[in-house]
Design a protein around this ligand. Structure first.
Ligand code: GAR
Length: 223
């Protein structure tokens, strides 16, 4: 019997490499998902071109055409709903989303963030890890809640900070790990293995004591 495909809508503000990685994994047949649309708050986002080139609906809405944050987010998510997604993926979406909208998507919206949350929510995560003399850096995929980058973490990828690293080198080494992390996390969600239970993440109906970790073979494991 063919598995039901998870309907996915992706939001991105810029380059779109995480979106492209997810799309490529779908196209390779690695993911039982159907990416229905790419929406952006930036009309010039390269992510929109990636979607158009793949024949996927690409929609940009301008925040300044709306009265305030709540009005913009309501308009944006009204468009999201048109595609009936099971899951919304924030892949480099750089706007804070209104709490009422976030609450309506609780357990059905994830974000990828370039730090080992709960460390370094917000911006400039690579520089902040360097400034703190951290030994390890990484990325997290988490369920989105009203607290910025504060929702329950599903899975993380780690990498060592090397002598001589700067924010750019660290970001460049992290990016392929982000791509893999996003793909394997979405795969678990599509397989129905991951769920938000209260404020915690359950995997196969067991509450995780810690986020899943991307191992060297590119798989997620419990730690
Ligand atoms: C990624 O590094 C992602 O983790 C980060 O933006 C970049 C987007 O790259 N997201 C955030 O900082 C969200 N707080 P991409 O457009 O090439 O996927």
């Amino acid at each position: 019997m063919q598995q039901k495909r998870l309907r996915v809508v992706v939001l991105a503000s810029g380059r779109g490499s995480n979106f492209a990685a997810l799309l490529a994994a779908q196209q390779r047949g690695e993911l039982p998902i159907d990416i229905r649309a790419l929406l952006s708050d930036k009309a010039t986002a390269p992510a929109l071109d990636i979607a158009r080139d793949a024949g996927i609906d690409a929609i940009a809405l301008r925040p300044r055409d709306h009265a305030d944050r709540a009005a913009f987010d309501q308009a944006l998510f009204a468009r999201v709903v048109d595609f009936h997604p099971d899951l919304v993926v924030l892949a480099g979406y750089m706007r804070v989303i209104d709490a009422a909208v976030v609450d309506a998507w609780r357990g059905r919206m994830i974000n990828i963030h370039p730090s080992l949350l709960p460390q370094y929510p917000g911006l400039h995560t690579h520089q902040r890890a360097l400034d703190a003399n951290d030994v390890m850096h990484g990325a997290s995929v988490h369920f989105v809640t009203a607290e910025l980058d504060g929702g329950p973490v599903i899975a993380q990828a780690q990498l060592p900070i090397l002598a001589g690293d700067n924010a750019d080198s660290l970001a460049a080494r992290l990016l392929p790990l982000e791509h893999r992390l996003l793909i394997v996390t979405v795969k678990l969600l599509a397989q129905g293995k991951i769920a938000l239970q209260g404020n915690r993440v359950a995997c196969d109906d067991q509450i995780l004591a810690a986020p899943l970790l991307l191992d060297e073979s590119g798989s997620l494991k419990q730690r």
